[in-house]
Each structure stands twice: as C-alpha cells, then as structure tokens.
Design a protein around this ligand. Structure first.
Ligand SMILES: [Zn+2]
Length: 382
C-alpha cells in the first residue's frame, strides 16, 4: 500500500498489463470477479490485445511478481449496499459493505471505464486509447450504504414478461444497482402453484442468479387480488360495484366479509408456504390501482382506505404467521394518481397494524415498459 494515496488520482488504466482479479471466494465476490474478468477480456480484444478473460484467483492480498491486481473484499453486513473503490497504477481496490455492495462497486468501477448497460440485453464497450489504455471517468468512489430497506431499489419482473427476456432484465437490474428482485407470488419458490415447468425452472434460475449477486428475493407485485382465488363461483357481493352493478374486473369490494375471508385464507396459504420470504408486495391490480368499490358500504371509505382495509386483512395474517416479514402496499397520492407510469410518491405512513409499515414509491422504466409489460425498477416499497 506504500504510496497508494499519492497515486490514486488515475485518469486511465492500462489493460495491456498482466491483470489478475483477487477475490475472497464467496458467491458475490465470485460474481463480481467473473464480471470484471469477462469485461477486461472484451476490452482487451477491442484494443487488439490478446483476448481471453483475465484470471481470477482466490486470495485476499496482492500477489508477488509483476501482476497488476484488482482486489475485491466484502463486509458481512448483508443488508448494506454501500461500497468504495479506488484505482492506482497496477492496483484497483473495491470494497463492499456486503456482497451486494461489492457487486455494486464492481459495476461502478466498470462504469468508470466507460462500460454501459442502457437496457436489458445491451452492453456498450468504450473505445480504447493507444496500446490498450482505457480512460477512467473517475479514479474512485465512495457510496454509503442505505440502511433503510424501504429505500432500496427493487426490480419487479411482471408475469407477462416473456421468459426469454427475464434473465436479461435481471442482469440489467443487477448492473443498475438493484438491491432486490420481486418475483410474482406464484413464481416464488416454494409457492409454485399451477404454473408450467418452464416458468418454474425460470423462477428457480432467476432466484439463483439474484442470490449469487447478493440481491434479496421478494415475492408479489400486483398480487393482492390473487389472494382472493377463483372468481368463477365466488359470491357476487365480493365484486367491485360501479354504477350500481357488480363487476368482476379490477380489484374487489373490500368491505364484503366474503372478500376479506378469502383474502385471509389466501394470505394464510401463501405466507405459511413461503416462510423465508421477508417482504410480500401486495398491490392492487396493475393499471387499476385506484379503481375501487362504490357499493353503499364502501362509499363511506376513500379508495385509499379501501385498499388499506384489504392490505390490513393480509397483514394481520402475516403478523401472526411470520412476524419478521412485512407487507408492502401501493397507493396513489391525490394529485398524482393520473401519472401514466403508475408513479407513487412516498406516503410516509406509520401504520398501526404492525405488519404494515410501508412507503411505496415506484417509477416505471420509461420506454422499456412497452417491451417488458409489468416490469419496473422500484425505488423503495418495503
Ligand atoms: Zn364495496
């Protein structure tokens, strides 16, 4: 480390040197090391140097000899996502407060080399300078951890998103600093309900990949109505009223005892089956989040209150079955409800029912939504 502080103000990195990645060997550091190795291989090839990924070695200190080293280290605080990195000649150090932080730091470093991932499935490499030298846009960075998991970035993969796109979306989310992956309820192991083997395998692959990159895996999405179960033989009073008629489309009548009884039964089944899930996202139907009931009983409640009546019914069950887990809910804030991307701004409610303590703030992924329906990058929400 002698002289490191004097030399860290780097403007470029020479990839023609004999680089090696030193990783302690846990999943997340192996993930980060493999990505750095792969990208360095691509950058070398683009610079006309010998191709091939750079070696990854399981070690925590710099090697003897001429090799230039990228040294990875991670702290053990699983919920921390912060990192630091800095570059000196022949030495890059990346430290994560956790495995998740380390992966974030690795992508920040690769981003400083000019690598970009503007959308799922797309990776843009920078142009090299002479002799395999690549410019650095920064020589280091420090990003503190976000201790409040309610402010994490969450990647929502909608059930309509084609299987073939999902791994690309997950990789894009990991590279964009997502802290958690949200899978639809019925695709979350071990909840697998009546879904095909292809979805089941895909759900398992996504979950494994997310966990390798140290993301948390959470369950749900626009799945509140799913707890009600089959609607075909359901009693009519369970359905949402509009213009004096009961409609089966969108959400339900939250003051109907039949609806609440079904929510509680559905919640019990789901929560008991998935005890390792720490956050369940139970939002109203997508693109109808603010479409609730106008029956004589419900008319006494705002749409926001109606949503909360239903969410609380589920949260009460969760508080009994798995007190450490939480329910994330979704609600519009007056004046913002017409936002086309389904934006919700922080509501900052401290709910008195215990299991619910959620502020949802969600942003669409812009034009990408057209291609990946139901897919969102969510900032906060649990
Ligand atoms: Zn009603």
């Amino acid at each position: 480390m002698a002289g490191f502080a004097d030399n860290y103000d780097m403007k470029s990195l020479n990839l023609s040197q004999n680089w090696v990645v030193l990783a302690p060997g846990d999943d997340a550091s192996a993930y980060a090391a493999a990505e750095i190795s792969r990208i360095f291989g691509l950058l070398r090839r683009k610079a006309g140097l010998y191709s091939g990924d750079i070696p990854v070695e399981s070690a925590v200190s710099a090697p003897d000899g001429p090799a230039a080293a990228i040294i990875l280290n991670a702290g053990a605080e699983r919920a921390r996502n912060g990192y630091s990195w800095r570059a000196a000649p022949e030495r890059v150090e990346i430290f994560g407060a956790s495995g998740r932080g380390l992966v974030n730091g690795a992508y920040r470093f690769l981003g400083a080399l000019g690598v970009r991932w503007p959308e799922p499935g797309v990776e843009i490499l920078p142009d090299p300078g002479a002799d395999g030298v690549y410019a650095l846009t920064e020589s280091g960075a420090h990003q503190p951890s976000e201790p409040d998991s309610a402010k994490w970035r969450r990647l929502v993969i909608g059930r309509e998103t084609p299987l073939a796109d999902r791994m690309h979306i997950l990789h894009w989310g990991i590279r964009s600093g997502a802290d958690a992956l949200i899978l639809p309820l019925e695709e979350t192991p071990p909840l697998f309900a009546a879904i095909s083997g292809a979805f089941r395998r895909n759900g398992e692959l996504l979950r494994e990949e997310a966990e390798r990159a140290a993301l948390s895996v959470e369950a749900g999405g626009w799945d509140l109505t799913l707890l009600i179960g089959h609607r075909v033989f359901a009693p009519k009073e369970l359905f949402r009223m509009e213009g004096g008629r009961r409609l089966k489309t969108f959400n339900f009548c939250p003051t109907s005892p039949a609806a609440i009884a079904r929510i509680k039964r559905g919640a019990e089944r789901v929560f008991a089956a998935a005890r390792d899930v720490t956050v369940f996202h139970l939002w109203p139907d997508r693109d109808a989040e603010d479409t609730w009931c106008s029956c004589p009983t419900c008319r006494a409640f705002s749409r926001r209150e109606q949503n909360r009546i239903a969410v609380r019914a589920a949260a009460d069950v969760l508080a009994r079955i798995n007190p450490a887990a939480r329910v994330s809910y979704f609600e519009y804030v007056p004046g913002n409800g017409a936002a086309v991307t389904g934006n919700v701004v922080p509501e900052n409610t401290d709910d008195e029912t215990g299991a619910v303590s959620v502020r949802s703030n969600m942003f669409g992924i812009g034009p990408l939504e057209r291609f990946f329906p139901g897919t969102r990058l969510l900032f906060g929400g649990a």
